[in-house]
Design a protein around this ligand. Structure first.
Ligand code: FRU
Length: 516
């Protein structure tokens, strides 16, 4: 049976309605379709936008072009969830207009109705985004990107663009975009951070409409292999203390840790005007190829207290040519960000949100307490849907190793994905070189590595989906997110060590439920 999804007027120039047919019985069952990650029903998706929590709903907006599976005139697509796991698709929230395409940005609850768009009984949701004007770009102008706002007084179901847009004008900087807004309780004003070519700029406002420049940061800090995009800034409590520090996220493309897009962060202090980093060194939030443009949710209730993050699980090096069918791209699983201090160094950790426990299927668990592996590869066939599963495994080196150990996920065609640790150069790795299709782009690189020191143990918590893998090492000390495109689903799990004796301990493999 077929049913049709009608795409409304997605832009002024594209008035014609377009029909895309989706086989109902195959809904979210296409080849490579993620089973528990968010992906759009059809069309092109990039960055997550406007994440905000309001009245029991987590909103997820996203850069969206419904008329094609490659990037085009940007809209804000929209979905909501009550548990961060199951998502309901909602109509497009923001369409491009005469001022420009709707690029990335954020949303907040204006609790005190400082904008006047709602009332104090019914505070408005206010979205702050970048208008990107293609006409000006074609003329070679630098001021193509300006910031606009829109509001909703019906729980984000409909959005009205502010008549006075744009509200924050470009001072003549080519890349001037991706505003992230937050209320600053200590100064009792709004702050806005946006990217300005290879640094960030900070602004303040009493009402989300009138913005005043405060300061810039980053010209002499962090990585500079590409343009800075999609920044974020928020306070985070240091684990085990009552003190907090401010964490600044800065996405960068290209120039990521394994090529192409990547996400760096800084830890420091922020007084509502200026950000002062503890260190200007480079820190990567995720070492894989496929976690970009991620920022955090606004307005998570205090009694929850978490800082929740989601990223776009792709990389500008190849995002537009990956071999998916009616849609392109997915988001990462939602993650909780925490901060710890170790010998004067601050470290941000990412871990899967606890809500994902809901996905565990009853009676589909494989549990192995102790498995000795020496040199030879030990192969286990797993009687569950490995392509939609979670693996927790701890490796213990029996003696000094001199080689690699880890896991291999493979399929009927013997395509394989290797995840492990190399003791010779002290690096964690994910190797997708032989994991199926990669001919679509020479930039779809096989190997991602990350420097890491292991004393005796290392623990991997792995989320496998049909075309992605996310590895959380030692409870979030290091994370790697990778996409892969195999001819058929992975159905075999191998554990290997080619440089000495290791023990795989407390191995748990669990099938996860599909959310679609
Ligand atoms: C990041 C980005 C943003 C921009 C958006 C356009 O992936 O380039 O800087 O706002 O995508 O779609």
């Amino acid at each position: 049976m077929l049913f049709s999804v009608f795409i409304g007027c997605s832009s002024r120039t594209e008035k014609k309605k377009k029909e895309i047919s989706v086989a109902r019985e195959n809904y979210y069952q296409e080849k490579y379709r993620p089973q528990y990650h968010f992906s759009p029903e059809f069309g092109w998706m990039n960055d997550p936008n406007g994440m905000v929590y309001y009245q029991g709903e987590y909103h997820l907006f996203y850069q969206y072009y419904p008329d094609s599976t490659v990037w085009g005139p940007m809209h804000w697509g929209h979905a909501v969830s009550t548990d961060l796991v199951h998502w309901e698709h909602l109509p497009i929230a923001l369409y491009p207009d005469s001022i420009g395409y709707i690029f990335s940005g954020s949303a907040v609850v204006d609790w005190k109705n400082t904008s006047g768009f709602g009332t104090s009984e019914n505070p408005p949701l206010v979205a702050v985004f970048t208008y990107h004007n293609m006409e000006l770009e074609k003329k070679g102008r630098n001021d193509t990107e300006n910031q606009g706002i829109a509001y909703s007084t019906d729980k984000g179901r409909t959005w009205i663009k502010y008549k006075g847009n744009p509200v924050l004008l470009n001072p003549g900087i080519k890349d001037f975009r991706d505003p992230k807004v937050f209320w600053n309780e200590s100064t009792r004003h709004w702050n806005l951070i946006l990217s300005a070519h290879d640094q960030v700029k900070l602004y303040s406002s009493p009402n989300l409409k009138d913005w005043e420049y405060e300061s810039s940061f980053g010209a002499d800090a962090g990585a500079h292999g590409g343009v800075w995009e999609c920044p974020d800034l928020f306070p985070l409590k240091m684990e085990g203390t009552d003190q907090h520090k401010w964490v600044m996220i800065v996405n960068i493309n290209p120039g990521g840790p394994n090529g192409g897009s990547g996400t760096q962060y800084f830890v420091g202090d922020f007084d509502g005007h200026q950000f002062t980093p503890v260190s200007k060194d480079i820190n990567w939030l995720d070492w894989g190829h496929d976690n970009y443009a991620g920022v955090t949710w606004s307005d998570i209730p205090e009694k929850d207290g978490r800082r929740l993050f989601i990223g776009w699980m792709s990389n500008w090096n190849y995002a537009q040519v990956v071999p998916t069918t009616i849609w392109r791209s997915a988001m990462t699983i939602p993650r909780e960000i925490t901060l710890k201090q170790e010998n004067g160094n601050y470290k941000v950790q990412l871990n899967p949100v606890k809500e994902l426990l809901k996905l565990r299927m009853p009676n589909t668990e494989i549990n192995i307490t102790d498995l000795s592996v020496s040199n030879t590869k030990l192969i286990r066939t797993v009687p569950l849907r490995l392509a939609c599963s979670e693996i927790i495994i701890q490796f213990q080196a029996e003696d000094k190793l001199s080689g690699e150990f880890g896991l291999i996920l493979s399929n009927r065609q013997n395509e394989l994905l290797r995840i492990g640790y190399s003791d010779t150069d002290n690096k964690l790795f994910v190797d997708r070189e032989k994991a199926g299709s990669n001919e679509f782009s020479p930039k779809f690189e096989g190997l991602a590595t990350a420097p890491y020191n292991i004393e005796k143990y290392v623990k991997f918590h792995i989320y496998i989906d049909v075309s992605s893998i996310e590895i959380f090492v030692d409870n979030g000390e290091l994370v790697m997110s990778e996409t892969y495109f195999m001819s058929s689903e992975v159905n075999k799990l191998h554990i290997f060590s080619d440089g000495g004796n290791i023990k795989a301990k407390n191995v748990i493999v669990r099938e996860l439920k599909s959310i679609w």
